[in-house]
Design a protein around this ligand. Sequence first.
Ligand code: EPZ
Length: 420
Amino acid sequence: MDYLQIKKAGSLHGEIKISGAKNASLPLIAMAILAKNSVSIKNLPHVADINTLLKLLSNLGAKCNRGEEITTIDTSSLSETKATYDIVRTMRASILVLGPILARFGHCEVSLPGGCAIGQRPVDLHLKALEQMGAVINIEAGYIHAIAPNGLKGCNIIFDKITVTGTANIVMAAALAEGVTTITNAAREPEVVQLCEILNANGVKIDGIGTAILTIHGTDGKLIHIDEFSVIPDRIEAGTYLCAAAITRSELTLTDVNAGHLGAVLSKLQEMGSKFTITDNTITIHPSEVIKAVKIVTQEYPAFPTDMQAQFLALATQANGTSIIEERLFENRFMHVSELQRMGANISLNGHVATINGGTKLSGTDVMATDLRASSALVLAGLVAEGITNVHRIYHLDRGYDSLEKKLQNVGADIKRLKE
Ligand code: EPZ
């Protein structure tokens, strides 16, 4: 297994190119199941989760050709409709194939994704919505068995909670359903918006894109032709590198980035003292010498994203004063805290609220990544810790960050990927 060795370096300089968004790519790859043509996707990030979903589609009989810049997915020969445990357990977002396969073939078996380190991660809202659309769903031996003998019918769905992949799953199911589906309390994340925009541009009329109420006009089972498109930039990768600049007091420029997707993150970094120069596709951060303490509550988009919570918690250990971070989406998303405490951070946890007494000197040591965003928080801490920080189990990191150590090396960080 690999690990990252990080030594405290001075400030960073230069540019970091942001890759395509992992969380936009996953539903867009599943969307290819709705297509009658071979779908060409540009700017897919080179991360493990994308490879996992492409492998899943290949196992179902699709022809996937992963290129450096362009990936093509031809699902015309897709024949299997069972997503097996061995793949789904490695990436719970595999649940995204359920809606499209059920809509296209009328039956589908997907292994229950199970929980992960950050929480239970139930899919009850996905299943309840599909049942409302006419699916008959049984759960047996750890698998979701779904059939839609009379096809899926459009209806009015109200999500009890805002769910990102739940919204994506139902949008894709509704795309091929008979009639009109409305989704109330839909997720408004940019990744869901891009899925809707692509479908809308290719024959599936969707009203309310970007709002909490989506209206999808189904094609009544007709597959769609999808023109080539490019995945939006990864706002969480971008936010992570902005935190790297802020914690090392470095001026960095991010390119191929959409500042419009980072409102809450930029606002919190401004509160903590950073300033920004922003153009259409770049962000330059001008960090302050003194980092101010902050209060953060994670919520659904456009509020502060839970996927940036760990990174800001690492940054807050270097702030002047006491910061408060409340995690409202997931029940167990503070596993990075114990590792940061081992590096000397002064953090106390009370349920879903972390209190971070900043201004502490961090010391490098061996630390263990527990989940994707926790891994990046440990890398950020390693950039400013005295001595050497070794971040182990970075297969978590490789799920969602494209060439992280190369991108940081290119701006002057002392970081190496080594073998255990
Ligand atoms: C997506 O996960 C992202 N993953 C997550 O990013 C992100 O943290 C999360 O949205 C929240 O923004 C992808 O897009 C692939 P949810 P998702 O359904 O869709 C509860 C990362 O780091 N819920 O919006 O699985 C759930 O337990 C990953 O890139 C139900 O109760 O999250 C949670 O409390 C981590 N029943 C809340 O809703 C359901 O059926 C939000 O979950 C579905 C969700």
